[in-house]
Structure formats: C-alpha cells, structure tokens
Design a protein around this ligand. Structure first.
Ligand code: 5RP
Length: 231
C-alpha cells in the first residue's frame, strides 16, 4: 500500500498493512491460530489468498470463526490441535518487552487459550498501540458474574476503578457466557507478577494482561511502513 507523502495513512490503513504483512508468518501446510478484532479482520481477509495452501485455522471468537468460514477457510476446534506454529492477533497495548493488554473485543479468554497452543505469538498493531507502561487502556478482565463486585473491590485496593462493560445498556455477555470488567487507572509496571496475582483471585476467568504469553514478534504499522519488533 502506498500513500502520497502529504496524506498520512489512516489507522485502518495501518491495520490493513500489518494484516497483510502477517502472511509472511503463515506456513504452508499448517493450521494457523487466529485472534479477534479489526486488525485481525484485515489479516483474515488477506489469509483468504492463501486458503489453498493452509490446512485451516483455530479461531479465538465466534466473530472470527464466522469471518474465516465465510471466506472458505476451515476452522478447527482447539481440542483437535496439539500445537500451532503461530498465533496472529492484535493488541490494545504493547510495551517495549512484548507484554500486552488485550480484550478490547471481549475475546481475551479464547485468545489466551489459542495463544497457549502456539510456538510464536505474532502481534499485529498500528503504532498507537505502542506504550511505555501498560494500563492506559482500561484493563479487560473476564469474570464470573457473581464475583464481579468482590473483584472490583480488589482492583480498588490496587488503585483501579473497575466498570462492568455494557452492551445496549445491559452487561456484555462474552462468547463464554461471562462478564467483562474494564479497569481504569492502573499502571502495570510488573506485568508478569500482576498477571499471576490477578489470576489467583476467585471468579477471575482471564485477565487481559498477556505477559506469560507475550508477543514473540510485533508487526507495527507506522507512518514509515511496517516495523518488525522482536522480543
Ligand atoms: C480482542 C482483542 C483485540 O486484539 C484488541 O482489542 C485489538 O483490537 P483492534 O485490532 O480492533 O484494534 O484483544 O479481544
């Protein structure tokens, strides 16, 4: 994709650029792990050009499954797969060590499950997602509904304000039938320890910090083109 020097690429064009660039990590004959979100949607659309060369995909959401299948890409159940060479997904934030915040699209639990099958996590993101410290983006946490308030109090003790995510005025229900808390006001300076700690809290299904499963590579869409960051 090219752009006149005076016309900067839009955020969506940057997402399309990295979605296309991610094809270089898709190995012929393999099953590819596929994330969720607007950046991944560009990747899925690009992946259609390779559908004859791959076995198919393991998907991280109902929405990605529908998009893959509409393009004629076979979707495998995660239980049918022992390992994936690569998992490709977006992020809401990524820091200089490859640690991420994810879950803006409410798919964080299945994203972590599919990422855990993969040898490499390739993050695709526009440059606005790059941060020095995680937490500026409200941290998504998938919770069992009956535990939401006690988990909110635990975040308050850490200085965060947890808000139940709504959709059409009602609590958003995830693909797994659970709720999402979005936690504002955190500064996550120790992502590994933070993820381990929150994982212990009763009622937490998944915390949106991806530190134990950080990115191996990030394809970052910038005004100068796609930068490849290795972690
Ligand atoms: C979905 C996610 C997405 O990867 C994240 O929200 C980024 O989305 P987008 O590509 O639309 O900016 O974690 O749960």
């Amino acid at each position: 994709m090219t752009s006149p020097a005076s016309t900067p690429l839009t955020q969506d064009q940057l997402k399309a650029l990295v979605g296309q660039a991610a094809l270089q990590y898709v190995l012929p004959g393999e099953i590819v792990g596929v994330g969720t979100g607007s950046t991944v949607n560009h990747f899925i659309d690009a992946l259609a050009s390779m559908k004859g060369q791959i076995k198919g995909a393991v998907s991280s959401s109902v929405a990605s499954t529908a998009r893959l299948q509409a393009l004629g890409i076979a979707v495998f159940d995660a239980n049918a797969v022992e390992r994936l060479a690569v998992y490709i997904d977006g992020a809401d934030e990524i820091d200089g060590r490859g640690y991420m915040v994810k879950g803006g699209g409410a798919a964080l639990t299945r994203e972590k499950i599919v990422a855990a099958l993969a040898e490499r996590f390739v993050c695709i993101a526009d440059a606005s997602k790059q941060v020095a410290v995680l937490g500026g983006f409200p941290l998504p946490v998938e919770v069992i509904p009956m535990a939401a308030q006690q988990i909110a109090r635990r975040f308050a003790a850490l200085g965060g304000q947890a808000r139940l995510r709504l959709k059409d005025g009602q609590p958003l229900v995830t693909d797994n039938g659970q709720h999402i808390l979005d936690v504002h006001g955190l500064q996550i300076t120790e992502p590994l320890a933070f993820e381990s700690e929150v994982n212990q809290w009763p009622g937490v299904v998944t915390v949106g910090v991806f530190a134990h499963q950080k990115a191996s590579v990030c394809l970052l869409g910038t005004a100068e083109g796609v930068q490849t960051l290795q972690f």
